[in-house]
Every structure is written in C-alpha cells, then in structure tokens.
Design a protein around this ligand. Structure first.
Ligand code: KG4
Ligand code: ZN
Length: 345
C-alpha cells in the first residue's frame, strides 16, 4: 500500500552565515517567514566575524521559531518535519541551526531534513507565481558561489560553469571596499552606481573572448584598483562603480546566453544575493526578451539568505527526513552536484 502523503508543515532554519532565518511551508504554500540580519553586528569589522555570527544565532533562533509559529497559528505538535541548512557555509554558524533543528526534531519525534544552501537558493523562484517549470538553466550568484547549472528537476543538476576565483558577490564586496563603501558592499556599490555615468571606464568582460562557461572576477577587482585615482572624487567613484556593475552584468549575460545555447533550454532562473541587483535583473530580462525565452527571479528578499527557500526545499525533500538521533551533519564545503533527486515517498 502506498504511504499516505504527509501534508503537515515543515519548519525550516537557516543559519549558514549572517542571517538567522526561520520559515514554515505547508500544503497551502509559504505559511510564515522571518529573519534577523546581523549586519549591524559585523559592520564595524567590515565583514562577517564567524564567531560573533555563531553566538548571535544562538540567541536569535528560538524566539524566531516562536514568531513564525504564532504568525501561522500553529503549535509544535502540528509540524511534520524540521529542515535546516546543513551547508555550505560557516561551520560554527551552521552548527547552531543544525543543533536547534535536531533538538526540536528529537523532542517532537519528527524527521530531520538536511538541506543544501545553494539548492535552497536555486529553488527560491519556485516560491513565486508564476514559478518556472523544468528544465531550465540556473545562474546562482551569491557571496560564496557563481554557478551556471542545468536543472532537469529537483536534485538533477549538472554543473555547466563556475567561477575559477572570486564569486561575483565577493567581487562586489571587495570592489565596494576599494571604493571606501561600508559592509555589506554589494548593495552599497549598486546604490552608488546609480549616480555614475555609464561607460566612463573601460573595464574587461573576463573570459568572454574564449569559449566555455567558467567565470573569473578577481581581475575585474584589480582593474578597478588600477583605474581608481588616489584622490578620486565622489563622482569618479560613482562612475567606477557604474562601470564595474556594467562589466559584471554584461559578463554574466554573455555566459547565460551561451549556457542557453549549449543546453537548448529557453528558461533562465537567477538566484542568490546578487540576483537582487536591479541592473542585472534588467539586463537578463532584456536577454530573455531578445531570445523569446523567459527569465525568473525570486522576489528581492528571497534572493539573499532566507529560510523560506530552505522550507520549500525541505517540503520537496521531506521523504529524505531521518531520525534526529542519527546525528546532524553540517558541511562547510559541499558541491551542489553531489545531490541527487529526492527518494519517492
Ligand atoms: O545569497 P547571499 O545572501 O549569501 C550567500 O549565500 O553568500 O548573497 C550575499 C551576496 C553578498 O556578496 C552581497 O554583497 C551580494 O550578495 N548582494 C548584491 C546585492 N544584494 C546583495 N550584490 C550586488 N547588488 C545587490 N543589490
Ligand atoms: Zn546564500
């Protein structure tokens, strides 16, 4: 006899970096989500301090769980599973979410579901209406990853290309630092670029002049450093920010077009923190229109780290839940392509 389908909601925890996020996903879709950002905590250090991140997650996670349960008018006894981000990410930060999830799963006798952070990002556009249909090409652009992936279904991922050095978010953050902008640099640089004159600085479009789908962004950051006059005024910095953003978005668009050509797919899905960048969104919408294809993005708050994406991935992978007492794996490094399709329920 087939097992009855469990429709009880999944509670999800995301603590891989500097956001403590909690969400609930059920048969009716996303039921609640909330997040505490540690931006203020890390700002004075100019970047995330791993030990401070872990300690802050410890104090935030349980109150946030109470918040989502109250918002969705649910009790712990109504839940059907606990999902958490198992990696990749900062190992101490991951351990906090993993320990909290495992503790809850053990206490409530619920399955514990380990989720890959980048699969969460990859599936975030599924929370929108309309959601993309399989197959598609995904561009994953975050602080730690720049990946082009062919997606045939959940867990059916083929790596098409990746960054050989800095991730694109990292390049945004490092370039922002060069321009004297505060942490977190990506959104600050994008804001400054709005005041910049387009095309003033000629920056390279790295690795677009040769075949292939890999990226390299560290040279672009060096090109900005070389072009930056010692006594640069505010307008020059804004112009340079604009030229940097243009170079990045153009490079990403060229590689996305190439990936669509190689695979023959017509749908492009963009996810990860840099997916919040307005100019990138405009550029890829133009690309899709030109090719009579479609491009899908998550709403901006689900481009950056959040637990809604982990809850959705947990919902789709609930069949992989295991008893909490079997331990709670965390992995600082974890290639996305090691995942496989969820087992049938
Ligand atoms: O996905 P995410 O929140 O965390 C990781 O998993 O890494 O991505 C964070 C990255 C940071 O590098 C941040 O600077 C970048 O995304 N980012 C942006 C924008 N918003 C966030 N980069 C450019 N433009 C933005 N608007
Ligand atoms: Zn992320």
């Amino acid at each position: 006899m087939p097992k009855p389908i469990d429709t009880r909601p999944i509670l999800a925890l995301e603590t891989s970096c500097d956001e403590t996020a909690v969400a609930l996903y059920g048969a009716a879709g996303l039921l609640a989500h909330t997040l505490h950002s540690q931006i203020k905590l890390h700002a004075e250090y100019g970047g995330v301090v791993p030990e401070l991140a872990s300690r802050d997650h410890v104090t935030r996670v349980l109150p946030l769980i109470r918040t989502v349960l109250t918002e969705a008018e649910l009790k712990p006894a109504d839940l059907g599973g606990i999902a958490y981000t198992a990696g990749p990410g900062l190992i101490g930060a991951l351990m906090v979410g993993a320990a909290a999830a495992a503790g809850l799963a053990a206490a409530l006798d619920l399955p514990l579901i380990s989720i890959h952070h980048m699969e969460g990002h990859l599936l975030a556009p599924m929370l929108e209406d309309p959601a993309p249909g399989f197959p598609f090409v995904a561009l994953l652009v975050s602080g730690g990853h720049t990946l082009l992936v062919e997606v045939l279904g959940i867990g059916r991922y083929t790596l098409l290309g990746e960054s050989l050095d800095d991730a694109v978010g990292e390049a945004f953050d490092k370039t922002a630092k060069l321009l004297g902008l505060p942490y977190p640099g990506g959104p600050e640089l994008a804001r400054l670029a709005q005041q910049g004159v387009p095309g003033r600085f000629k920056l390279p479009r790295p690795m677009t002049d040769r075949p292939g789908l890999d990226f390299s962004f560290s040279g672009l950051k060096t090109a900005v450093l070389t072009a930056l006059p010692r006594d640069a005024d505010a307008q020059t910095k804004a112009d340079l920010a604009r030229s940097f953003e243009e170079a990045v978005t153009e490079t990403l668009a060229i590689k996305c077009a190439r990936a669509l050509d190689v695979t023959g797919h017509r749908t492009l899905v963009v996810a990860g923190g840099v997916g919040a960048n307005v100019r990138l969104r405009e550029r890829l919408h133009a690309l899709a229109a030109q090719r009579k294809g479609q491009v899908f993005f998550p709403r901006k708050e689900f481009c950056t780290d959040n637990a809604a994406m982990i809850a959705y991935a947990g919902w789709m992978r609930r069949s992989e839940g295991r008893p909490a007492f079997e331990g709670f794996p965390t992995r600082a490094r974890w290639p996305l392509v090691e995942l496989s399709a969820p087992a049938a329920t």
